[in-house]
Design a binder for this molecule. Structure first.
Ligand code: WTA
Length: 647
């Protein structure tokens, strides 16, 4: 197997990039032609950013699972597709070859069909990181149902909101899941969610932890028993459903600056082509390599770089059920040693956290199999970058700093491992086909910031990061509310896709992402909207009003600082803070808990009643002197009180 579109040198990158912006349709048509189509496409691209309307590979029909499974089960049946490592180091791991994975996906596709699933249905998946999660995802794709995976850390309320938003008719879950020394009662959480969900007709439950669960007659069935029925029927092949290129493949919910999380929609062909192209080029995957992406499949990184990118490339992907710090902080290094991992893709938060445990846990671990390291999800600080480079990569492994988003489907800006130059803390250059640029507040394009123009800035420039041309993996809509998609991404600046991130570009053309410029926080690489957390806090009895800001956190990158006006029963502040965090956990999930809570008598507001977050942000960051102009505040005295009570 070889990848004809894998870029091999810096010169070639520049050449390919140029072609990709001069003739994007031809460029992507050539990449797409290497996939398995049930019917070839006849129109490469139709688009406008006004509505927006984005259509790639029109007229084509395919099924992504034939590209991820069948073609490899035919040409390399015994190559491991998924290597799975249990949470418990004493439990044997599992390996599924391409042939085996295809067989399991076919089986489970039958289970779904037997339980009433059909093309176009929305199916919610709430599962631990076991191979059955990947099997469930792929089986949905095989029958043409739209999967909506929900991260195992979300609360019942968050699950209910997501199931109802997409009117899911089937849920796939497990009795429980293991995470470190904890057991998560997934089915019980799902049961609580389902009280609010009228559309769900079937619940398929995998037994992972032998946790006692309640199973309702006719509606709730065991995964294992349903599989037995298919086996009794002789395990028939499942013919993959023909899908139009633009049929929806999945929904993944993500937080924005306003309202509830929105369902980002990705479609079959474009997403497949783009995750494959970026996987092969960014990580420079070579046949036989073992790729270890440490994300959870509940996030976009897991969708694109545990499942679809690697499998569509016939690669071996390693899936890990547990956490990096259990039974001790050497777990990642032990896994790399055990399986001779070649590519490690993780988050800066994990690196910073593991750094803090010192070098002892590395001593007896052989990391010499590593060839490429990657990071994703948040800006990486130079200290963490250097530690990763010297202690994990031993100075020999290129680090790819990959910038992208749930909405972009795959990596947009990154160096290509060992092929284009790396620069600590810089995502560096755009992938072929990606046309980033920076704008100022008024939407004027900053001179020298537009990669596609070929011009470089005379000195480092900064602005808001936008993309001016579509790529196959981009968001198509927000589920059930296309106008929200238009407003969020395509209305801020005319004819541009606004990413919500601030960014620098240096004289060599490298981009450096500095973080969100909207009211979205990035906590341990997880996106959390301030409005979402405020709404949860405000649900707590006694809370009058609240304001959330981010502040720099040594490990998490950003922490959550909550300013709260509280008028309820006067218990001690610590107990109230505790209860408020319980409320956040109940309504969103533990990932959104506040790190610091400060009770205040008022919030800094303008005369028109708008909270001046800039001031709160500065106080939370520890800046108490230069708060800027406070003269427009309704009650400037409140600022002194807040400064004095800082946590
Ligand atoms: C941030 C994760 C700096 C950014 C794939 C973006 C990054 C948000 C990087 C998307 C990076 C992601 N450097 N910041 N390499 N990668 N981000 O949707 O703020 O969970 O907008 O997708 O993470 O988060 P999401």
């Amino acid at each position: 197997m070889s990848y004809p579109y894998q870029i091999k040198s810096l010169d070639q990158y520049h050449e390919v990039y140029k072609q990709s912006v001069e003739n994007p349709e031809q460029f992507w048509a050539e990449v797409a032609a290497t996939f398995r189509w049930k019917k070839p496409f006849d129109k490469v691209l139709e688009w406008n950013f006004k509505e927006p309307n984005i259509e790639w590979f029109g007229g084509g029909q395919l099924n992504i699972t034939e590209n991820c499974l069948d073609r490899w089960a035919e040409s390399q049946p015994d190559t491991p597709a998924i290597i799975w490592e249990s949470n418990d180091p004493a439990e044997a791991g599992r390996t599924l070859t391409y042939k085996e994975l295809l067989a399991k996906v076919n089986q489970f596709a039958h289970v779904l069909k037997n339980n009433g699933a059909k093309k176009g249905d929305r199916i919610c998946i709430y599962m631990p990181m076991v191979p059955e999660l990947a099997i469930a995802v792929l089986a949905c794709a095989r029958i043409g149902a739209i999967h909506s995976v929900i991260f195992g850390g979300f609360s019942a309320q968050s699950i209910a909101d997501r199931i109802n938003d997409a009117s899911c008719n089937i849920v796939i879950t497990a009795d429980g899941g293991y995470r470190g020394n904890k057991q998560i009662p997934l089915k019980a959480v799902m049961d609580e969610a389902l009280i609010q969900c009228d559309t769900v007709q079937k619940v398929i439950v995998l037994n992972r932890t032998n946790t006692p669960v309640s199973m309702l007659k006719d509606k709730e069935v065991w995964w294992e028993e349903e599989i037995l029925k298919v086996e009794h029927a002789g395990n028939p092949f499942f013919e993959a459903e023909p899908m139009e290129s633009e049929d929806e493949l999945f929904i993944l919910y993500t937080s924005g600056s306003t309202g509830k999380p929105k369902g980002v929609v990705h479609t079959c062909a474009g997403y497949m082509v783009y995750t494959n192209y970026t996987f092969v080029n960014v990580f420079q995957y070579q046949p036989g390599d073992i790729h270890f992406c440490t994300a959870d499949i509940g996030w976009i990184t897991g969708h694109s770089y545990i499942i679809y990118g690697p499998l569509s490339a016939g690669a071996t992907t390693l899936m890990f059920e547990g956490i990096p710090t259990w039974p001790d902080a050497g777990r990642f290094w032990e896994i790399i040693d055990k399986y001779h991992v070649n590519i490690l893709y993780t988050a800066p938060t994990a690196i910073r956290s593991l750094m803090s445990f010192g070098l002892d846990v590395l001593k007896d671990k052989d990391l010499s199999s590593l060839k490429v390291l990657g990071t994703v999800g948040e800006p990486i600080n130079e200290e963490a970058w250097n530690w990763y480079h010297y202690h994990i990569g031993k100075g020999n492994c290129p680090i790819v700093d990959t910038w992208w988003q749930t909405e972009t489907g795959g990596i947009l800006i990154s160096n290509l491992a060992g092929v284009t130059p790396q620069k600590a803390a810089y995502a560096t250059l755009p992938l072929p086909g990606i046309q980033p640029l920076l704008v100022d507040e008024n939407g004027h394009i900053i001179a020298g910031s537009n990669a596609a123009s070929g011009e470089l800035p005379a000195e480092t420039v900064s602005g808001n990061l936008c993309i001016q041309f579509p790529w196959p993996g981009m968001i198509r809509t927000t589920y059930g509310d296309h106008e929200r998609c238009r407003q969020t991404y395509f209305s801020t600046y005319q004819d541009l896709d606004f990413t919500g991130d601030g960014c620098f570009r240096d004289q060599a053309g490298n981009y450096r992402i500095t973080g969100r410029v909207d009211d979205v926080l990035n906590i341990s690489g997880h996106r959390i909207g301030t409005a979402e957390v405020e709404n949860a806090i405000n649900m707590h009895t006694g809370v009058v009003e609240s304001a959330i800001v981010g502040y720099p956190h040594d490990i998490k990158g950003q922490g959550i600082y909550a300013f709260i006006i509280y008028q309820g029963e006067t218990l001690d502040n610590d107990s109230i803070a505790h209860d408020i965090n319980q409320t956040i956990t109940r309504l969103i999930g533990a990932i959104a808990k506040a790190d610091k809570i400060q009770f205040v008598s008022g919030l800094p507001k303008t005369r028109s009643g708008k909270i001046m977050r800039r001031i709160l942000r500065k106080i939370a960051e520890g800046e108490t002197e230069n708060l800027g102009d406070t003269s427009t505040l309704l009650d400037p005295a409140v600022v002194d009180e807040i400064k004095n009570g800082r946590r």
